[in-house]
Design a protein around this ligand. Structure first.
Ligand SMILES: Cc1ncc(COP(=O)(O)O)c(C=O)c1O
Length: 389
């Protein structure tokens, strides 16, 4: 037993080294990484460009303060805004902090329009983080239980039901924003669907609400575009991201455009570490590496390789009730709870995850070879076969 607070049910393995899509444990055993530290190491482990950027920056300057200008922070904001079409960026250190910034921004936008108790519409089975505001926005009672009183100002709506949100618009003058993950991650890899997202955009426009996309998990190349929405015709007012943005270096970003861009002024928000030299240098290297488009395209083709290998390898495809997601954000829903597969996969040298009880979640690195993608799919199929044997 360690002295750590037991907030995680950890698997019995310790990794000491990684290279691309492979991790090595203390015994030197290799594992194929089908999870990327939950959508973080999108560029794989020990990517040379990221390592070099970190080494170079660490040897030069690690921290000053947001009291001063920080060149790598400005460079990263420029790179992100030119890729996304957003206009302004606030940097924090995690996905939850990026979402806290978005929630604060939406509330302040409401106050500036004379709404005294601004509310944000959030969805069932959403996941937005573990801070008090973001867990209150999250649509999972297990994450909230024991932490009441929750933060107010969130209105919950059923996923995929735009009529329910239209009814909220008719009855609740306090609403100022809608916050969604375009593909819900923790909720079971659930794409909301472009038609529904279009309807949300129309509702937000009609009511002068902000549309907030949480792309903490779907962003940074994983779904075939730098951010999911860049492959669609719906543009949100605010986009949050984290995870893959730093490829392992803690960083989160809240990006805004249009009427959301100039809401914050001096003193409205801040973070000692947010947007620090080291994290921004790493994230700039990640962003530049992804911006060529080769890896984002690769996410789509490797996603197909993984899916086909799963389908080809599973003896009885009726045990798969749904195979969904986009690119390298893949959910394989089975007929029953399959949490035990995570431990069995580890035994087989594969790192996978199960979410929402019955859905195998795969989030492998974009740098994986085609052979490794096939191996991952075949490995998962073998686990499914043994599970139903
Ligand atoms: C969609 C989404 N939003 C927010 C978060 C929270 O991010 P973090 O753990 O970096 O605070 C996560 C983490 O899983 C996520 O998937």
């Amino acid at each position: 037993m360690s002295a750590l607070m037991p907030t995680y049910a950890r698997l019995p393995v310790t990794f000491t080294r990684g290279e691309g899509a492979v991790l090595y444990d203390t015994e030197g055993r290799a594992y194929l990484d089908g999870l990327s530290g939950i959508a973080v190491t999108n560029l794989g482990h020990a990517h040379p460009a990221i390592t070099e950027a970190i080494q170079q920056q660490a040897s030069q300057l690690m921290h000053t303060s947001n009291l001063y200008r920080i060149q790598p922070q400005e460079d990263l904001a420029d790179a992100l805004t030119s890729i996304t079409g957003m206009e302004r960026v606030f940097f924090g250190n995690s996905g939850a902090e990026a979402n806290e910034a978005a929630i604060k921004l939406a509330r302040m936008y409401g106050h500036q329009r004379g709404v005294e108790r601004p509310s944000i519409v959030v969805l069932e089975s959403a996941f937005h983080g573990r801070t008090m505001a973001t867990l209150s926005a999250t649509g999972n009672r297990k994450i909230q239980a024991g932490f009441e009183p929750l933060v107010g100002g969130f209105v919950r709506a059923a996923r995929g039901d735009s009529a329910a949100i239209a009814a909220i618009a008719d009855n609740n003058p306090d609403v100022v924003a809608v916050m969604v993950e375009p593909i819900q991650g923790e909720g079971g890899v659930m794409p909301l669907g472009d038609e529904y997202l279009r309807e949300l955009r129309t509702l937000c426009d009609a009511n002068e609400w902000l549309l907030i996309y949480d792309e903490v998990q779907s962003g940074n190349g994983r779904t075939g575009h730098h951010f999911y929405y860049l492959g669609t015709d719906v543009v949100p007012d605010i986009v949050t991201t984290a995870k893959g943005l730093g490829n392992g270096m803690p960083i989160g970003a809240c990006m805004a455009r249009g009427k959301a861009a100039d809401v914050f002024g001096p003193g409205h928000h801040g973070s000692t570490y947010g947007g620090g030299h080291l994290a921004c240098a790493a994230a700039l290297a990640v962003t530049n590496t992804l911006s060529g488009g080769d890896l984002t395209n690769r996410a789509l083709s490797l996603g197909e390789t993984v899916r086909s290998a799963v389908v080809a390898g599973v003896a009885d495809n009726s045990v798969i009730t749904d195979l969904r997601g986009q690119g390298l954000m893949i959910g394989i829903e089975l007929t029953r709870d399959c949490t035990e597969l995570v431990g069995q996969a580890l035994g087989a040298g594969l790192l996978i995850n199960v979410t929402a009880g019955n859905t195998i979640r795969l989030l492998p690195p974009l740098v994986m070879s085609k052979e490794q993608a096939g191996e991952l799919g075949a490995g998962v199929a073998a686990l499914i076969n043994a599970f139903y044997a």
